[in-house]
Design a protein around this ligand. Structure first.
Ligand code: ARG
Length: 304
């Protein structure tokens, strides 16, 4: 069993502690109450004659179901998309989504091509040096996908195996720590679906990626050929919305929208839409009244 390296261990508390505090105070007061027959937050109309100064461009790597993906008609959908739409509505800003490959995504902010990024992006201290994160909006951790018959029981079991990850993700980080950054058995792909395709083709023995995405893949893959394996050594991660470093005004608007969304029940509704249940803990690991319910992320996986 590996001890998480110091660099990884440091990741969690930065914004979770700093930024989430005011947010969570609001949340705590909100989560005690039972939602009345749910205000129609999803279908609430956008403000009619808003001055609409500008439309903010949101970049998203839409190959990460159920967080962001394209449907048959090419429309970008997912938990993250609904979340940003709802946040924008509450913040009184207009947004449009543009599919943006993960690789190079962060550079689009500095170039001014994108104003906001949403892509199940984990808040890390390294990233926070070059971009600004909103308060955390989703709790996640790494999860392992292996063939159903695999003997892998924990992360350390991957050490002698071939493992696929998406380049430059936190999954890449943890597997790099275990196997060594330049190990030829560590196969990097530009998207997580490509990594999973390699698993499907038998080219690798495992994929390590965010739990929501792995659980979704395992649950929806025909023939129950894959299973997911958890490991307690994976440190908790949190997703944040991203803006260009120093764009304090936009960041404040997003955080304001997020606070409102969490407080008015919209967040729970969107979570239920995509994960089949209200969150058991609000972002930042504060347990909710629903904390006794089965974990939302494992609920989606067929046979863990
Ligand atoms: N949460 C992970 C990270 O921040 C993976 C995110 C990948 N998201 C995507 N849409 N491809 O590194």
């Amino acid at each position: 069993m590996t001890t998480p390296p110091a660099t990884l261990r440091r990741r969690t508390f930065t914004l979770g502690a700093a930024l989430a505090t005011p947010l969570l105070a609001t949340l705590l007061s909100a989560c005690g109450r039972t939602e009345a027959p749910a205000a129609p937050t999803a279908s609430a109309p956008t403000p009619a004659a808003a001055p609409a100064a500008r439309i903010y461009t949101v970049g998203t790597d839409a190959v990460y179901a159920p967080f962001e993906f394209q449907n048959e008609r090419g429309e970008i959908q997912g938990f993250d998309i609904d979340l940003v739409k709802a946040v924008a509505q509450r913040a009184g800003i207009e947004v449009k989504f543009v599919n943006t490959p993960w690789e190079g995504m962060f550079n689009t902010l500095a170039q001014g091509d994108r104003d906001i990024l949403v892509s199940a992006i984990t808040i890390t201290p390294e990233r926070a040096q070059t971009m600004d994160f909103s308060a955390p909006y989703f709790d996640a951790r790494q999860l392992i996908a292996v063939p159903a018959a695999s003997k892998v029981q924990r992360f350390a079991d991957l050490k002698p195996l071939r493992v696929a990850v998406q380049t430059g993700t936190t999954g890449d980080e943890v597997v790099s720590q275990l196997l060594g950054k330049t190990n030829p058995r560590l196969k990097r792909f530009e998207s997580t679906p490509l990594a999973l395709q390699e698993l499907d083709a038998g080219g690798v023995d495992a994929v390590v990626a965010d739990n929501g995405v792995i659980a979704h893949y395992v649950a929806h893959h025909p023939g129950a050929r894959f299973k997911s394996v958890e490991d307690p050594s994976f440190i908790p991660e949190q997703y944040g919305l991203v803006v260009k470093k120093g764009n304090a005004a936009l960041l404040a608007q997003l955080n304001d929208g997020l606070v409102k969304l969490l407080a008015d029940g919209g967040y729970a509704e969107i979570h239920t839409r995509w994960f089949g249940a209200a969150p058991t803990a609000l972002p930042g690991s504060v347990p909710t009244a629903a904390a006794t319910a089965p974990s939302s992320t494992t609920a989606a996986s067929a046979n863990p």
